[in-house]
Write a protein that binds this ligand. Structure first.
Ligand code: GDP
Length: 430
């Protein structure tokens, strides 16, 4: 059976921690979308890790980790990440890279960087990892698959075609030097050597595993709000962040996904452009304090180090985020972070043009939305590391009950710290 672990919000909800925890009882963990443009922070007995491309099952020797065909694969970054794991004492993981995954090329990074420069103040806040040009090329059918690396004439021909297009753009739109296809070809041939030991037919592997009754985890990157169809377009990413896309990006049958665990934090955080609407945002000194106390080392991007915007829990966005994921259960993380507050506002509605709504709107209306808050009492004590839900302070439990009612999805896990074991389990009331 297949379980998906996905984000209900803007990303950085703590999916890595939940995947690392649940991988213990799983056979396979698959990354099915996105690239190295976001990171999952994991803290376990081996230390603290920021994984960008590797699935969060790499800490268990019994787990097979798969880079699915839907991923934007930067081979050099993948190899560096594996080396880093080994340097920190983690045994070499079992890994298979789909022969159908496509390659994130150096010209994608250049194009992303040049385009953000060109847009100036209108930029999307890209991490400049090349993700948008990568997916554009995939759908324009000029991308290069991992399997192409093993057919040199075909690789040469596909590379020539792709570079011709890029060089027109680089010369005439961005006024930048051209890319040299011969140099790129040499680079690809050496990357081929690095990736070769891991490449495999993951489609057959996954279907065989399902026939044998194995448990598969799909690990999402970013969250519902960043989905290009159902998120806050165009301040989205360029791949689908929804569990449903796992059917394509990991090649699991739609009927095999039996559990969708939507992860959400006990407050909100958002990375990307400051132009993105973020209705429940908390700014000023109170925002700085929440940012400083958030996550395991403050709310700063695991890949970029950029400060994340923070805000109060947003039930309008999260209810929608869980709905579009098809959440069967919800993992609420970072409850411990709020222990310093006397009172905790929760966004329970959006006021748009004088009307209050609980439905998440499209982007133009979202830009005009103002938050409607309900303030709950805090618990004002340190609950970090608690592993027994019933021993949490009454106000902390009441806060979770309130969120569950408002997001209309069952909260079954409540995390009380960044470490693997800092977790409580709750009987949902819905
Ligand atoms: P992901 O991309 O969804 O895996 O999330 P990130 O790893 O980017 O961000 C989540 C942050 O929250 C990381 O710094 C985690 O170590 C941290 N974290 C996860 N769960 C908890 C929790 O329950 N409490 C605290 N304090 N930090 C947590």
């Amino acid at each position: 059976m297949v379980k998906a672990i996905v984000g209900a919000n803007w990303g950085d909800e703590g999916k890595g921690k939940i995947t690392d925890l649940l991988a213990r009882q799983s056979d396979i963990v698959i990354r099915f979308q996105g690239g190295a443009n976001a990171g999952h922070t994991i803290i376990n007995d081996y230390g603290r890790f920021a994984l960008h491309t590797l699935p969060s099952g790499v800490f268990y020797s019994h787990v097979t980790n798969i880079i699915g065909n839907g991923v934007a694969l930067d081979i050099a970054k993948l190899a560096d990440e594996l080396e880093q794991l080994q340097a920190q004492g983690v045994p070499a993981p079992r890994l298979i890279v789909s022969d159908r995954a496509q390659l994130l090329m150096p010209y994608h990074v250049l194009q992303d960087t040049y385009e953000e420069q060109r847009l100036g103040g209108r930029a999307f806040g890209s991490t400049k990892s090349g993700i948008a040009p990568f997916y554009s090329d995939k759908y324009a059918k000029t991308g290069i698959q991992v399997c192409d690396l093993f057919d040199t004439p075909r690789l040469q021909q596909r590379l020539t075609t792709a570079v011709e297009l890029k060089n027109v753009l680089f010369a005439h739109l961005y006024h930048k030097p051209p890319v040299d296809p011969n140099q790129l070809m040499e680079q690809l041939l050496s990357l081929r050597e690095r990736v070769c030991p891991w490449v495999g037919n993951t489609v057959t592997f996954v279907h065989d595993a399902l026939k044998q009754g194995k448990t598969i985890l799909l690990e999402g990157q970013l969250g519902s709000m960043k989905d290009p169809d159902l998120g806050i377009f165009p301040m989205t990413t360029s791949s689908h962040t929804l569990a449903g896309y796992g059917c394509v990006g990991a090649c699991v049958p739609p009927t095999a996904i039996q559990d969708v665990i939507s992860v959400t934090k006990a407050y909100s955080s958002c990375v990307g452009s400051s132009a993105e609407p973020f209705v429940s945002e908390l700014t000023g000194p109170a925002g700085n304090e929440l940012r400083r106390r958030g996550g395991d080392k403050g709310e700063f991007g695991a890949t970029t180090g950029r400060p994340r915007r923070v805000g109060w829990f947003d039930t309008v966005a999260t209810k929608y985020g869980c709905m579009v994921q098809g959440a069967t259960q919800v993992a609420l993380t970072c409850l411990d972070v709020l222990g310093y507050l006397e009172e905790i506002p929760v966004c329970t509605g959006y006021e748009i043009d004088g009307q209050v709504t609980r439905s998440f709107p499209t982007t133009p209306a979202l830009m005009r939305a103002k938050p409607v808050f309900t303030t709950l009492p805090g618990w004002n004590c340190d609950i970090r590391g608690c592993t027994d839900y019933s021993s949490l302070p009454k106000n902390a439990q009441a806060y979770v009950d309130f969120l569950e009612q408002h997001i209309d999805a069952p909260i079954t896990m409540v995390s009380t710290g960044p470490r693997r074991e800092e977790m409580t389990y709750r009987t949902a009331r819905l």
